[in-house]
Design a protein around this ligand. Structure first.
Ligand SMILES: [Fe+2]
Length: 188
């Protein structure tokens, strides 16, 4: 289950209902999804999309999403560090960023205009809907693994628009879930 930290306030939020309420305050929709029938996390994309078809269709109807796909990232993914370098700089999009986590973990930092930055660590079963225009950045945990369903209102709108505020440099991309290893120290 997702957990949230507010580093500048030394605050941690955990437990589904507390996290859901807290994220709703900053406009982020948080849900937990169950498949309609058992499906392996590494099953082919079509199988995974079918198992979560009911939830996907509901969200499509609510949010105007037109397509869904499955993204797979592993430590061996070619160009992984270059890809992560793009995600870990603060940015926003012209459409919602919708992710349902199937496998692995990651950390979203959200930068509301009127309150402190929050870090959301997501894990399998978590659905996050980050509204268009929200300033955010993302990183993987040390195991460099994530498999997720993505929903798009218009796939061409999913271009990062960088704020260049520098806010992302003030927070460590260290996941706080159990069993994680800290990132190696940066070489300067
Ligand atoms: Fe993004």
């Amino acid at each position: 289950m997702a957990s949230v930290k507010v580093p500048d306030e030394g605050r941690t939020v955990s437990g589904f209902e507390a996290v859901r309420r807290f994220l709703a305050e900053v406009g982020i929709d948080y849900q937990r999804w169950q498949p309609s029938h058992p499906v392996a996390a590494d099953a082919p994309a079509e199988e995974v999309l079918a198992a979560y078809g009911r939830e996907i269709d509901r969200l499509k109807a609510e949010g105007g999403y037109v397509t869904a796909d499955v993204i797979d990232v592993k430590p061996t993914t070619p160009g992984l560090e270059g890809m992560l370098a793009k995600f870990r700089c603060e940015h926003w999009h012209d459409e919602d960023e919708v992710r349902f986590i199937l496998e692995g973990r990651g950390i979203f930092h959200i930068h509301p205009r009127d309150r402190a930055v929050l870090a959301i660590e997501v894990e399998p079963g978590d659905l996050l809907r980050v509204p268009r225009g929200t300033w955010h950045w993302f990183d993987l945990c040390a195991d460099r693994r994530i498999r997720a369903i993505r929903l798009f209102q218009d796939a061409s709108g999913w271009t990062p628009r960088y704020t260049e505020s520098g806010a992302d440099r003030g927070y460590q991309p260290v996941c706080f879930g159990t069993g994680d290893l800290p990132h190696p120290p940066a070489v300067s």
